[in-house]
Design a protein around this ligand. Structure first.
Ligand SMILES: Nc1ncnc2c1ncn2[C@@H]1O[C@H](COP(=O)(O)OP(=O)(O)OP(=O)(O)O)[C@@H](O)[C@H]1O
Length: 299
């Protein structure tokens, strides 16, 4: 099934006056979609709104042509959600908790429910631990349990909010492999501030900051568009401020006590800079820098 999710001019201001979403529009179809932005960009607000946990002030969400505001149950039936903080884990076994959540999800047939729960436990590699209480699980096991509950009822739209936070590199790789596998036939939205995860997993992405979508497209297109505009130079740490005042510095990374500076410039900046092939992190910083510049200018 080819799913579509169309978000049009979604806006949300919290009662404290913070505008978390400012006319957000996105169009998604099957595959992994990376939503990239720093803390506070509005990602969680968008995810929670899509999951129907809170309402936007204005705007529209259409899933497979059906308006979420008019038919909230339609998207709920098709949706799996792994929130940033999955919350308190009761002292019950993985199997029992999944069975309970499956009932809440509307899996009413007892035999079918049991089969699906066991198959999901197998899929996320927790079958051997199905009788262990979930609160004794490691971080990685909890995340895998979280994804198992998100997949109950064969959802067509899965939303995962910062799923690899707190995982060690090996667990993170395993988790990402699994996401990539399920992301082939449904829409998976991965909200993260880790550029690396988006680079490895997603065919489409958007960059968000201050409640606004700064850009949307395929990671490869972003890289292509930045070609020829990135330059690198290694400098002493104490020179940083001088360079920052003169160039558009995207990042500076410490290597063996010296700084490797990445700057953006349409023309060759000379002064010892060498051209560099951009990576997705450079693209991300470039957009964030531009948006910081714009919001500073409009203050
Ligand atoms: N319930 C709330 N009440 C008031 N302000 C909120 C609430 N939830 C979020 N905010 C504010 O809205 C803005 C967007 O927050 P949101 O959690 O959506 O961002 P995020 O990109 O998901 O960041 P993070 O990765 O830190 O969760 C932030 O400034 C945040 O402080």
């Amino acid at each position: 099934m080819n799913n579509t999710l169309e978000i049009t001019e979604l806006t949300k201001t919290y009662p404290n006056g913070i505008q978390a979403l400012n006319s957000v529009s996105l169009r998604l179809s099957n595959g992994m979609f990376g939503l990239l932005g720093p803390n506070g960009a509005g990602k969680s607000t968008l995810m929670k709104t899509l999951a129907g946990l809170q309402a936007a002030d204005s705007g529209r969400i259409m899933f497979n042509g059906i308006d979420l505001a008019e038919h909230p149950d339609y998207i709920k039936k098709q949706l799996g959600f792994l929130p940033q903080d999955f919350g308190v884990y009761p002292k019950v076994s993985a199997y029992d908790l999944l069975m309970h959540l499956a009932v809440l999800k509307g899996l009413t047939n007892a035999q079918a429910r049991k089969e699906q729960v066991l198959s999901l436990l197998d899929k996320v590699n927790l079958y051997a631990f199905r009788h262990k209480e979930v609160h004794t699980f490691s971080g990685g096991m909890r995340q895998r349990f979280g994804i198992a509950q998100a997949l109950l009822g064969n959802p067509q739209l899965v939303i995962v909010d910062e799923p690899t936070a707190g995982l060690d590199p090996e667990e993170r790789n395993r988790f990402n492999d699994f996401l990539a596998e399920i992301g082939e036939d449904i829409i998976v939205i991965l909200s993260t501030h880790l550029v690396e995860d988006v680079k490895n997993l997603c065919t489409q992405m958007a960059i968000m900051n201050h409640g606004t979508v700064l850009a949307m497209g395929a990671p490869t297109d972003f890289l292509q568009a930045m070609k020829g505009r990135l330059w690198e130079k290694t400098i002493a740490r104490k020179e940083r401020a001088a360079y920052e005042s003169q160039y558009r510095v995207l990042s500076s990374q410490l290597t063996r006590g010296q700084l490797s500076l990445h700057i953006e410039s349409e023309e060759n900046p000379q002064n010892g800079f060498s051209p560099l092939a951009p990576n997705l992190e450079d693209v991300y910083f470039s957009y964030l820098k531009k948006s910081a510049h714009v919001s500073a200018a409009t203050l």
